[in-house]
Design a binder for this molecule. Structure first.
Ligand code: GLU
Length: 475
């Protein structure tokens, strides 16, 4: 371990080193450890698509890191820079992520090497449908074996195209709609999926701040309210987490970034307004509620703040800039934003890191709920919502009769309403995030060799995954 500690590694090596650090404090047989770490399968496809009268060869990957639970799960990203190493690393992270938050899936990930901004809607549909065809034909997409979801550069629209393509190829699969998650609600999606990763990050921070000693250890005090937050990346995840933290927890978001610069306001940015401005103008430059600095957006990571949220891409905090990082807490919204080498330095300095494989699991948790909803062919809450409502009314009536007093209207509304699908999704997501954090904390407290949350999270993941190998064996 010592010789790799302060040199940079590839993304997949970086993930493996982090896993090795966890294995070093565990009693796992080396062959089982190797079985857990190795990437099960990966395909590369190259397919021709006719774009504006010319044939273009599009390159894509899908990696299945682990099949110990089925289906394997993980997003598909569209980005100008993707390669096999990155997809394998991201697939591995999915395996550990699912185990940490008790989502019974294996880990997978996919990528297509395109800049989605360079293609029209119709062209993207063509590329998506053709990529789906490749995945289905090669056994890398089905409701029971491998279920993609949105990731960078993809969203509900792409998922709807994928589900439709799968359906045409498998007209007699009654569960066809469960072949991808993150679909539009009108086409088999679930309420709350779009903002799920952002919500999960918010719930992770809320849970962290419930533990006074953890907050103190991070060099902070009090609750989330008033904490100064810096955010790198203002895509789906960055936008939602900053919006929730600002609107619901009273955090001050003092800096956000777009692809070309940093928007700063030391008194706190109005997130919804900034987002609307960005949607309209395609940039944050010129937003009246802050100061825009054009140039290198990684500089935002070096700002003085309480909570730093890297929500862009991997490898942003590396050996190159780690010494200039001043945040007290870093919560990883992106996958792999801190390299293994930088992680080691931050741990030595005692910076609290809430790791990606736990912190950004909200997306796959709600994907799990969507998949279950699809397999059961019924929306959550449909059977019991009105029944619960009626029971609440009866209880209120009984209470008023027995006491002879009127229950105030503000209470009434809360007591006699049944849960909507969104209510159920939110509370189940909150529960998953709380439970996983408590497990991570327990492992960290119980084992004096573990000082950081990441290692504790990986220990939990490996413990759960290894149980499958030990109990069932290999086939
Ligand atoms: N792409 C998301 C992630 O990295 C979600 C994956 C999923 O929902 O399957 O966690």
């Amino acid at each position: 371990m010592a010789e790799v500690e302060f040199t940079e590694a590839s993304f997949s090596q970086s993930v493996n080193y982090m896993v090795d650090r966890a294995l070093a404090v565990m009693d796992i047989a080396p062959d089982v450890a190797e079985a857990i770490k190795s990437c099960n399968a990966v395909i590369q496809v190259k397919f021709p698509v006719k774009v504006r009268g010319k044939i273009e060869i599009i390159c894509g990957w899908r990696a299945v890191h682990s099949n110990h639970r089925l289906p394997a799960k993980g997003g598909i990203r569209y980005a100008p820079i993707v390669d096999q190493d990155e997809i394998e690393a991201l697939a591995a992270l999915m395996t550990y992520k699912c185990a940490i938050v008790d989502v019974p899936f294996g880990g997978s990930k996919g990528g297509v090497m395109i800049d989605p901004n360079n293609y029209s809607r119709d062209e993207l549909e063509l590329i998506t449908r053709r990529f789906t065809l490749e995945l289905v034909r090669k056994g890398f997409l089905s409701p029971s074996t491998n279920v993609p979801a949105p990731d960078m550069g993809t969203g509900q629209r792409e998922m709807a195209w994928m589900a439709d393509t799968y359906k045409h190829l498998n007209p007699d699969d009654i569960n066809y709609i469960a072949c991808v998650t993150g679909k539009p609600v009108a086409h088999g999606g679930i309420e709350g999926r779009t903002e799920a990763t952002g919500r999960g990050l918010q719930y992770a921070l809320q849970e962290f701040f419930r533990h006074e000693d953890a907050v103190k250890e991070a060099g902070l005090e009090g609750g989330l309210g008033g904490k100064r937050v810096v955010l790198q990346g203002f895509g789906n995840v960055g936008y939602h987490v900053s919006k929730f933290l600002f609107q619901e927890d009273g955090c001050k978001i003092i800096a956000i970034t777009d692809s070309k610069g940093i928007l700063i306001n030391e008194d706190g940015l109005a997130i919804e307004e900034a987002y609307c401005y960005k949607v309209e103008n395609k940039t944050l430059d010129g937003f009246p509620g802050g100061r825009y600095k054009k140039g290198n957006t990684t500089r935002v990571l070096e700002m003085e703040c309480d909570i730093l949220i890297p929500a862009a891409v991997e490898g942003q905090i590396s050996i190159e800039n780690v010494d200039r990082i001043k945040a007290k807490i870093i919560i990883e919204a992106a996958n792999g934003p801190i390299t293994f080498a930088a992680d080691g330095v931050l741990n030595k300095r005692g910076v609290t890191i809430i790791p990606d494989a736990y912190a950004n699991a909200g997306g796959v948790i709600v994907s799990y709920f969507e998949w279950i909803r699809n397999l059961s062919h019924i929306r959550f809450g449909r059977m019991q919502r009105r029944y619960d409502e009626l029971r609440g009314q009866n209880q209120l009536e009984a209470l008023e009769n027995v006491t002879g007093k009127k229950v105030p209207d503000s209470f009434k509304d809360r007591l006699n309403s049944g849960a909507s699908e969104l209510d159920l999704v939110r509370s189940a997501l909150d529960d998953s995030m709380r439970q996983a954090f408590q497990e991570i904390r327990e492992t960290r407290t119980d084992n004096k060799d573990i000082t950081d949350y990441r290692t504790a999270a990986y220990v939990n993941a490996i413990r759960k995954i290894s149980r499958t190998y030990l109990d069932i064996g290999v086939y």
